[in-house]
Ligand binder design. Structure first.
Ligand SMILES: [Zn+2]
Length: 219
């Protein structure tokens, strides 16, 4: 089987993790609108992830969609449909990462804190090390924060088996959401492929998540 772009980016990642520079900075000149490697990446907004650097991507090669968690949200799906059907990408890469903030709260906790629950305010203040200031108001949006499933842990906790599993669950949920979306084809000549990874912010290395597999338990 021919080597995919994703395989090539994984080789770039090994170079990146060993301290080499693969992504070239600087304006490359005129380029087409379609990403030249036909790749779309969905990654967390975490400040420790330089997506172009860690994959060795060059300007013009890929779409990069980022949000809190690298979650496959309704808006990420919107971007992926446009990316594929209008701009010709066919390889999707999902990137979650160790020490992610989305491991450290739940949707209910953050909502209750924002709405003025003193217990939630106190917990969030302790968890983040900043004074959590409640709005004291309810809102219908966002509908969800998409905090990761599973037992809460302190912010920026080092990697262990448990939190790695929680990251894997969410990567698989994202892969499943893409693979089962009616507007993202997965068979035939126009098919897209999806692979999911966990990026270790301490080592700079990407590790692939096996799919299919567990997508989380209510515990
Ligand atoms: Zn994150």
């Amino acid at each position: 089987m021919a080597k995919s772009n994703t395989d090539e980016f994984l080789q770039n990642n090994q170079q990146y993790a060993s301290g080499q520079v693969v992504h070239k900075a600087g304006h490359p000149g005129k380029q087409p609108i379609q990403p030249s490697r036909r790749v779309a990446v969905v990654a967390c907004m975490d400040a420790r992830l330089d997506v172009e650097d860690l994959l060795g991507l060059q300007t013009g090669e890929a779409h990069i969609i980022r949000n809190a968690g690298g979650v496959v949200t309704e808006d990420a799906i919107r971007c992926l449909i446009i990316s594929h059907h209008l701009l010709n990408t066919n390889e999707i890469i999902l990137i979650h990462h160790t020490r992610c903030g989305m491991l450290a709260f739940t949707d209910d906790l953050l909502k209750a804190g924002l709405e003025g629950d003193p217990a939630a305010e106190k917990l969030l203040g302790q968890a983040t090390g900043r004074n959590f200031v409640s709005a004291g108001k309810a809102s219908t949006s966002p509908v969800a924060f998409h905090a990761f499933r599973g037992q809460l842990e302190p912010l920026d906790s080092p990697r262990d088996g448990k939190n790695t599993e929680r990251l894997e669950w969410d990567v698989r949920r994202g892969m499943s959401a893409i693979l089962n979306h009616p507007w993202l084809p997965t068979i035939g000549a126009d098919a897209v492929t999806v692979r999911g990874f966990i990026y270790d912010v301490d080592t700079g290395k990407l590790e692939e998540v096996k799919y299919p597999g567990p997508m989380g338990s209510i515990g």
